[in-house]
Design a protein around this ligand. Structure first.
Ligand code: PLP
Length: 407
């Protein structure tokens, strides 16, 4: 806690917490930076630990690395603080966090309402795997609050949104959907990977769970997979016992150490990502070869008012559509771009670009009805160039696109 000019106690700012929470000088060596502890097991005593993780209690000593380790635990404390959560639980990847939350909290006979556009891995898991476990799934456009409310059934246990969603950057009004979920006695989970806690803190808007792929902005350097679920202490302890320890997707301490280091600069990086994305988005919007740009920070975004209300930072993701042959443009960009990597993923220090044809999405990933397809197409047209603006100088990025887009 710090003290402001009035002498009132106030909470430390997010960028300060990103540096300090979950870390203190190592008592044994006095090293200022947190040590990386890779050990898979820990010396215990017969009176304090049992053999089964099911008996594990909060603040028990470390036993085995799949249950918890000091390096991962420090990261969990930091992530919980950044999202205003009571606690956090790390996993080996974003997908491991998502599947852990879905399979750890839903059972046969339960109903899930899932955004009709979300990361393809989650969409495919819900479409291809969850029904086999007896879990019913309804896909719905989470920008349409009436459709969300209409999708609720007596057995609805969980609503799941992404805001902004990957890949079309459509937003969800998190406060409104929290209310719909809670009126129905259901929980609301938000994948906030693209927003990050610098932009939006879904728990403060009423959500029950937050999921992140740590692989993206939170690590920010493209060198470690990871995932996290953030929420209330009791339900997370339950999830640790079952979804983490028994499914086994534990985060490597090495990755946790890298992600912790990435988080130190999260606030500064997000400011630079936003500055770069706004500049590149504005440049593309006036480019004669570009049909449409979608970026939450542009007044032309269909939900700009919601973006301004809900996002303190517009993040670094934008999409654009070209006027001519999109595949030809994709080939030109892949061959000619010097600063952009033509590659999947997002949220790292280097800029990325990747063409996603709408036909591929409609064929392979989602079960969209006609209204949902129309909503998808209103954001994505025939196909989008998903673009993750890195930390490069934005003028250099505009020049790189200028030469790569030239016919
Ligand atoms: C929004 C979102 N959620 C979840 C995931 C899955 O994360 P991971 O690749 O770390 O498993 C991704 C990956 O691209 C994503 O973009």
């Amino acid at each position: 806690m710090g003290r402001d000019e009035m002498g009132e106690k106030r909470k430390l700012a997010l960028r300060t917490r990103a540096l300090h929470v979950g870390e203190k000088p190592d008592p044994a060596t006095k090293s200022v930076e947190a040590p990386l502890i890779l050990s898979t097991n820990f010396v215990t005593d017969p009176d304090s630990t049992g053999f089964s993780a099911v008996d594990m209690k909060e603040n028990d000593p470390y036993v085995y690395a799949r249950w918890s380790t000091p390096t991962v635990r420090g990261l969990e404390e930091k992530l919980a603080s950044l999202e205003e959560g009571e606690d956090a639980l790390c996993f080996a990847s974003g997908m491991s966090a998502a599947s852990g939350l879905l399979l750890g909290t839903l059972k046969s006979g339960d109903h899930l309402v899932l955004s009709d556009v979300c990361y393809a891995g989650v969409a495919e898991l819900a479409r291809d795997m969850l029904p086999g476990f007896g879990i019913q799934v309804t896909n719905v456009n989470f920008a349409d609050l009436q459709a969300v409310a209409a999708a609720i059934r007596p057995n609805t246990r969980l609503l799941w949104a992404e805001s902004p969603c990957n890949p079309i950057l459509r937003l969800t009004d998190l406060t409104a959907v929290s209310e719909i979920a809670h009126r129905a006695g259901a929980k609301f989970a938000v994948d906030s990977t693209i927003a990050t806690p610098v932009a939006t803190q879904p728990l403060t808007l009423g959500a029950d769970w937050i999921v992140h792929s740590l692989t993206k902005y939170l690590n920010g350097h493209g060198d470690a997979l990871g995932g996290v679920v953030i929420g209330r202490r009791g339900p997370l302890a339950e999830l640790r016992r079952h979804a983490l320890i028994h499914f086994g997707g534990a985060l490597s301490p090495f990755n946790a150490w890298l992600i912790r280091r990435g988080l130190h600069t999260l606030s500064l990086r997000m400011r630079a990502h936003q500055e770069g994305a706004l500049k590149v988005a504005s440049y593309l919007e006036s480019h004669p070869a570009i049909k449409r740009v979608i970026y939450p920070g542009l007044p032309s975004h269909p939900q700009y008012e919601l973006a301004r209300r809900q996002m303190a930072n517009f993040s670094g993701m934008l999409t654009f559509q070209v006027k001519g042959d999109a595949m030809a443009a994709a080939r030109r960009i892949a061959q000619r771009a010097q600063l952009f990597n033509y590659a999947v993923s997002l949220g790292k220090q280097r800029s990325l670009i990747y063409y996603i044809p709408t036909g591929d999405i409609l064929r392979s990933s989602f079960t969209l009805d006609a209204a949902a397809e129309a909503s998808y197409r209103s954001y994505a047209g025939e196909g989008i160039f998903r673009t993750s603006i890195g930390l490069d100088d934005p003028d250099d990025l505009c020049n790189d696109l200028e030469q790569a887009l030239r016919e």
